[in-house]
Design a protein around this ligand. Structure first.
Ligand code: SAH
Length: 229
């Protein structure tokens, strides 16, 4: 009996790690060809992208596409961002071990998971209640104990946990919400796509230095619209 259990244990381990290996190779080539080749160099970000099992954040049945070079639907008219965009935005906010991050637009929870590999805590807000619930469950199941998901309108930020060293917004408003700038810590970095819905938007970096706000325009991007409750 005990021998059977031991054999079963190893057989299952083999199946599980076999699956992981299949996706691990896909993840490594995603990082190499889509992310490093386009100029992302921060080792912590590259490691996080190699670790987070993106195939568990896409819809069932689409796992084999999870490491391709495009965004994918996650239901409710929303998308999980293209891997490169996730890596690029993560690098831009300069994540490190002691920092606390706020994300607006949890979606699948993937961007939150990538940040959570590196920083101390990720607070994340999602306006579609079903997505907030699904992602909270997914992240818990995957063991991300340093991510706190809340349902709501991210426009107001999360005053109870402010200020944040990092703010990442993954839906595009017409203008940068004032409360998010207020909740940015000294030397904090906020990255946000800004522009009209259904158009090309600009990715903007906001830095707070000695209380002053500096904005820089990074690139053109396309995100789902920032909604209001
Ligand atoms: N970061 C996500 C990307 C999701 S797409 C991921 O890694 O999968 C952007 C998400 O922002 C959508 O789920 C959308 O519902 C959400 N969203 C849009 N407006 C919002 C708002 N005002 N507050 C919180 N979430 C919002």
């Amino acid at each position: 009996m005990r021998l059977y259990l031991v054999i079963l244990f190893f057989a299952m381990g083999g199946i599980i790690s076999g699956q992981d290996d299949r996706f691990e190779a896909a993840r490594n080539s995603m990082v190499r060809f889509q992310i490093m080749n386009r100029g992302v160099t921060d080792p912590a970000v590259l490691n996080a992208m190699r670790k987070v099992p993106r195939h568990l954040f896409v819809q069932k049945g689409s796992e084999s596409e999870a490491y391709e070079d495009y965004p994918m639907p996650i239901g409710y008219g929303q998308t999980i961002s293209q891997p490169f965009i996730v890596a690029y935005m993560t690098e831009v906010v300069k994540p490190s071990k002691r920092k606390r991050a706020l994300e607006i637009g949890t979606g699948s929870g993937y961007q939150a998971a990538v940040l959570a590999q590196i920083v101390d805590t990720v607070y994340t807000i999602e306006i579609v209640p079903e997505l907030a619930k699904e992602s909270a469950e997914r992240l818990k199941k995957l063991g991300y104990n340093n991510i706190i998901v809340k349902y709501g309108d991210g426009y107001q930020g999360w005053p109870d946990h402010a200020p944040f060293d990092i703010i990442v917004v993954t839906a595009a408003p017409d203008a940068i919400p004032g409360p998010l700038i207020d909740q940015l810590a000294e030397n904090g970095r906020l990255v946000i796509p800004v522009g009209a819905p259904s158009a090309v938007q600009e990715l903007i970096l906001v830095e707070k230095k000695k209380g002053k706000i500096e904005k820089s325009r990074l690139s053109f991007v396309r995100f789902v619209p920032f909604k209001r409750l």
